[in-house]
Design a protein around this ligand. Sequence first.
Ligand SMILES: [Zn+2]
Length: 368
Amino acid sequence: MVLLIRTLYLALLATVLFTAKAQDPAPLDPLTREAEVYLQQLATEKGIGIRQAGTEAEVRAADFIQNTLEGLGYVVKRQSFDYINSLTKEPQTSQNIIAQKVGASGRNIILGAHYDSTSAELGSFGAVDNGASIAVMLATAKLVAGLEQQEYGVTFVAFGAEEVGLIGSYKFVQQISVAQLDTYLGMINLDSIVGSDNLYIHSAHSSPYDCKGNTKRYMFDTSLRDQLFKVANSVTQKNTFEIHSGYDSYPKGETGGWSDHTPFACAGLPIGNFESTNFAINGQSGKDGFSQSTHSSLWTCFDKKNMSACDRESEKKWGKIWHTKNDQLDILESLFPGRIRQQISDNLSVFRAFFTQLDRHIEAMINK
Ligand SMILES: [Zn+2]
């Protein structure tokens, strides 16, 4: 009897162990899992989904981010603002969601990402632009919430209305006094950080952005980008993150003024901009990062040798993901199985290393 039970027990145990082994691939880092859940909640049909600037859905996305941050123990500030939508010319309201992990020195670094989406008429859900960045920011906020206080703090900002003219990030910068501005050491912007062929970290451009006409304080400073790149190289496989080679109007490692890092560079802060794209593709307007992938189904015809369309006249798709129907999780997963999870994990590796030892990295950046 005892022997029988024992035999049955062992057989059962073997089945359980075998099944577990057969079903579980690589163990998933809990923070990556966390980010994936946030991404599902934010950017799929079952969740909030499409969330264009000034819409009810954008407000729901803001509520979701605020609730999540409050759930992590942060005191959250909701900064509402009115603006004229540059596409529709309609007056609209949007909001930034702001939370802070205070540092002992009162000085801190900003980690920001926009949460609105665009191109609903083309079927975009804004999964990579910019749902995944918000998901990674929230997962990072969770990590940072659990850390001991350091000398330097972190300000998390989820920007509204980016896609209609960087409205939220400009509003955020405009409400900061000059004295307050000095308490910020730099700004890390996350925009479209996963989904495309390569992962990059950019600095601002060596030629000033237009800065809405005020370039007096504009700063071209690569110190934050360089420090982040150093961290990325120490915690991810070689060449996971790149500083892009110089192309056309974009000198090595520099990016254009098309995302929320722009007003911060205009205000004189060093910036580090995370972006997933493919700068090596000669796209519709040259090598500018606006073609995101060489995947053949994203092109009418792609010429690998020339890294461009087989025929520029008849090309219809140009390897684009952002602002197209391709910016949906299920489509991206079928095109690139496992890619989004891997890239979320790669980004989180960098932020885990950077924020866990924030003081050391800020000092290295300042003393450069
Ligand atoms: Zn974006």
